[in-house]
Each structure stands twice: as structure tokens, then as C-alpha cells.
Design a protein around this ligand. Sequence first.
Ligand code: ADP
Ligand code: MG
Length: 729
Amino acid sequence: MAYIRFEALKEVFTREPHFVTAPSPKVSDYYGEKVFDNQKMRKYLSEDVYKKVVEAMDKGERIDRKVADQVASGMKAWAMEHGVTHYTHWFHPLTEGTAEKHDAFMDPIPGGGVVENFSGKLLAQQEPDASSFPSGGIRNTFEARGYTAWDPTSPAFIVGNTLSIPTIFVSYTGETLDSKTPLLKALAAVDKAATEVALYFDRNVTKVFSNLGWEQEYFLIDEALYNARPDLYLTGRTLMGHSSAKDQQLDDHYFSSIPERVKAFMYEFEIEAFKLGIPVKTRHNEVAPNQYECAPVYEETNIAVDHNLLVMDLMKKIARRHKFRVLFHEKPFSGINGSGKHNNWSLATDTGINLLSPGKTPRSNTMFLTFLINTILAVYKYQDLLRASIASSGNAHRLGANEAPPAIISAFLGTQISAMLDELEDKVTSKKMTPDEKTELKLNIGKIPEILLDNTDRNRTSPFAFTGNRFEFRAVGSSANCSSPMIALNTAVADQLTIFKADVDKIIEKGVKKDEAIFQVLRKYIIESKPIRFDGNNYSDEWAKEAAKRGLTNIKDIPEALLAYLKKDVIDLFVRQDVMSERELEARTEVKLEAYTMKVQIESRVLGDLVMNHIVPIAIDYQTSLVDNVAGLKDLFDHKEFTEMAGARLELIKEISSHISYIKAKVKEMTEARKVANAIEDSVEKAHAYSKVIFPYLDDIRYHVDKLELIVDDEMWPLPKYRELLFAS
Ligand code: ADP
Ligand code: MG
């Protein structure tokens, strides 16, 4: 009997929402109370120290020990007022998640007793014995030294009774072992390159920020049902399950009213996020049943990435309090939408200009066009890198599955901007234009309708869409750390802007005026980047054909996509922009390939176990009951009557038999294939064995399990069904 499944359902039917009370009805009363932000620094540090910290943060400089000592002591005083007893360096190893190792403030003193201690040394640098994190071969266990170092640009915060200090994680040999270090370097690169270009238009710019506004999609599943699905708790997705008769056909979940229990959960994690200074602004139901989205107001990219990781962590913890489990997997359920994490990205100056906003005046429009066109060209040149930056085993299910952008990278600009670029391309021929024409052109460009700022001309199928004042990189997976795509994008744009500056300066040196030089280069870039522009339906087959004609790549295989990191032009890009060395890129690719292999390996094992232990025995039981029934009929009736009656039953028995035989044979084959794959030494070949040989077995076997689910007596079926996972409440 499917005891666990029905017990679980019973639990679900009795659940009640649990609303907590916010510390105050006004968020502004408690927003950021758990963050050691500027306000707190002002209060807990001397004027002098405060200034030094802010300056070091602005310039990305090291903070000296004396200052660090005082910051540590201020942080400790503040934290202890909040009941904090421990501190930790909080870092982002190459696992996509975060890592922490807590130490108590207390230190024993000679002669007995303890004292609360936290020095600048402990704040600034530590050496966790973290030899088990993936390093892609950079750290062999015999030289397993790595250290974490304080990132003062992201403020320390309190979780529970622990003070968390954002840090980078690097090896003693100097190679980076985390996702934050290259991100900071990519942000520095884009700052440098974009500032130089912005100076063509605004003499006061001293810094350019990269901004990121992520939109996190996720599923919520009741804890009891989740616990009855080993595939969910071991792999994050369902490896089997026939689709529910009703799922998302009616689009009745999208933006509909949020269920009370879910709202109670959202309310609580939002309160906690607000305390951590995370501006979670938007929440809504997504397309699939039980699917939701959370989006904060955009922030500087380093902070936004930290905040996304923190929010994911918070959500996992708080979901448990509400007897939910949150699924960040890109495709937890087949047949319905998966989850993504749109990365809204823009560049802004310290003079308050969004470089991707069309603005109102011709001058700022040339600036806008410059950044827009350079971004598109960067995306064109490094499409494979961007594709690699979002490649993961989970995202493989989503991309190209008619619910998310395909594996082809292209950029959507919308009709107005496209028309403007076309016009520019035609008109601005370097010498033929008269001064009048040039002025006219500039004025024309100035006439971008204001409506653009509130661009509703959205193309939901594009992986990289311009949405009025930012680009939206939509191909990012929901479980991903945004660092990977943000490192790729910011580095590529930094490089492109550097080239642009050099190209323009070369023309200026020949005596051409600055504006004219800029137009000349932009026109060249518009032509060069044309193949990446696509405003049509990215889900269509025609686009795949058209993209192939344009020479755009369409890499569906994950290991192959990841290998773009090791292409010569990509290595050169990262080295040139001082973001990552060749060795670091090799190591990271190795880590990503291994992660892919292991995830598919785990899925394959879990599926094998589950079908053999949960499904096949039940199917046999049910079949036995049919056989008994048929045998009984045979005793009761004469041959003619029996044949008439037993026909359908005999068919069922045969059908079950054939599914069982197929499943058994395929599981055996898959297991053998795994043994072969596991013996492969080379990580690229091994990942390929998993993507090309093992992976297809998963769907193949599943198909037959799902057929059995339709046949076998519902009372016997051991695993919660899709309709229950998605609709029971
Ligand atoms: P939609 O679902 O319509 O794309 P959302 O409101 O869910 O919109 O999310 C939009 C995200 O884009 C938010 O995080 C928002 O702060 C962010 N965003 C808005 N303007 C910018 C910008 N200039 N740069 C980066 N992100 C931005
Ligand atoms: Mg969006």
C-alpha cells in the first residue's frame, strides 16, 4: 500500500498558513537593521576610520591593519548588541552555493575565564581548512592552503547569531577558488573601460557601476509530499511522473491571487530580507502551478549577487518553517514551465546617468547608442562565452524547450531601436554627409519616443532583450549563481568598450571631430553586430535555420557549451581584461564539467534505484492481482464466456509485462554504460559520455514508468503524483 503517499496527502490537507508579525508595519523602521552599512559604520567607527573605509571601498584599495582593527571592533560592538556570539567569513566556492565556518568571539584567557575577541586580523583574512571544495586541480590536498579575504565593498550582515563577513576565497599560489574574485575583477574592468568611454560625453564621470536586478523563479512543494519523493530530495527534480490532466493549460496560475500559506511564507522571508537590506520589491505567481517569482530592486552587481545568494538561502530556511520546500531547479517537473533567473543588467555612472537609457537629448543619446551598440557587439563576439556562462545540467532541460530562450544567443532591440540603428547604418557614411544632415541625424536620434522608457514591446522569447533602459539576460538558470553570467557579460563589454575607445581615438588623431569619429565607429559596429540582432520568435524552427545561416552557434550539449571557456579568443579576453588566467579558466571549466557529470550520474543512479525498488515491485504486485483475477474467472466460467471477459485484463497484463521488461533491460544497460563512463579519466570525454550516452536513458526509462503510472491501481502507486505535487493543498 502506498502508505507514505496517502499519509503525506493527509498532512497537506490539514495545513494552515502561519503569518508572523513584522517588527513594524513600516518597513523603513527595520530595513537593514542586520547590516553593517554606512549608517552603522558612522555610528560605530570614528570619523577618521569611517572615511578611510569608504575611500578604500570607492577605490577598491586595501584597508590597512590599524583601520581593520577598528572596523572589527566596531562590528563586534554592533553585532553583540544584536545577540551575536559568532562570526564567519562568508564566501562563494565553486559549488554555486555559499560557504561559512563559524567561530565564537570568545577566547579563553590565561588563568581562566574568557573574553570576547574580534581583531582586524580575523576580519581581514582567514585560512579555513577548506580543502574539500572543488578547485579543478588548483589545490591538491597536499598543498591545500587557501585563504579568505574581506570584501569591504559588500557589507557584513547578521544571520541568526552569527556575524557574516563577505570574503573572497583564493589559494596561496594566487589563483582564485571562488566566484566572487573574478566577478570583482570583471566589475573593475568594466568600470575602467566604461568610464573612459563615458568621459567622451560627460567630463565629470569618475566611476561606472554595473547594475543587476535579478528575478528569481522557484517552486514551492509541500514538505510531506517532497519527503515522499526521493528523486526530489536527492536531485531537486522529479525523474518520473505522468503529467497531471490539468496543469498550466488555462494559464490560471500566472499573476493569480497568491495562496494564503504561500503568502505567509513570502511575507516572512521578505521581512528577513528587508532586515538584511535586500530590497525585495516584487512577488507574483508564475505560469506553472506552484511556481512563484521574487524580484528586488536592482543594485550594484556585487551586492546584488550576494543578495541573491542570501535570499535563496533565506527562502530555503524559511520555507521549512512553513512546511514547504523550495525548488530552485531549472526543471523540477517535465511538461510544465521550468524556472529561470532573469538578469537585468545596465551600466550607470557616478554622475547618475544610466548609460543604457535613451534619455531625451541628442548628446546623451549618442552616449546611449554607444553603450547599446558596444554591448550588442560584445554579445555577438562572445555569444559562445555567454552560452557557456549559463550552461548547467539543470538549465539543459529549459533552454530550447519552448518556454525559455533557445541555446542560440541573440539580442532583441525592439522595433524603434532597430529602426534607429538601420537608419544610422544607411545614413552615416563617413564623408558624404553634410553638416546639416549630421545635425538632422542627431536630432532625429534625439527623438526617441518617451514611451521607450516604459517599453512594453517585450519579446519574451529572446535570451538577451533590451527592455527600455537595460538588457535582460533571460537564459540564466534559476539555481545559478549570477556571477558566471555577470563575469562573462561585464568582461566582454569591458573589452569591447576598450576597443571602441582605441578605434575612436585613432580616427580623432587623424583630425576628425570627436562626434563624427564616434558615429563612424558606431556605424561600423552596427554592421558588424547585425547577425546577433533578432526581434522575432526565438522559439520557432525558422529561427534555428535562420540563425545557422547567420553563423550563430546553437550548442545544446552542455559539456560542449562549457568548452567555450577554453577557446583561444575567450582565454585571451579574460587574460587581457585581467579577470582570469588560463589556468583559472581551465580549473573552472573542469569544475563545471565535473559538476555536470556528477549531477547526471546521481540522477541516473536515483532513477535506477527508484524504478527497481519502488515502481517495478508495485507494477508486479498489481499485475499479480490481475493474474489472480483472471485465474479466478477461468475457474468460474466456461471457455467462451471466459475469453470474452478476460480479454481486456489479458491485454493489461501483457502491457505491464512489456513495460517492466523494457524498464529492467534499460536500467541494466544504463548501469553498464555508467560503469564504462566512470572508467573514463578525461573529464571532457567523461562529461560527454554522460551527456550523450547516459542522459538519454533518463527520459527513455521514464517514459515507461509514466505509462505504468497510468495503468497501476492508484491506491498502490507509491510516489506522490504530479497532480498532488502541483495542486494538493
Ligand atoms: P519584468 O518581470 O517585467 O521583467 P520585474 O519587475 O519582475 O520586471 O523585474 C525587473 C527587474 O529589473 C527588477 O529587479 C528591476 O529593479 C530591474 N531593473 C529595472 N531597471 C534596471 C536597470 N536600469 N538596470 C538593472 N536592472 C534594472
Ligand atoms: Mg524580467
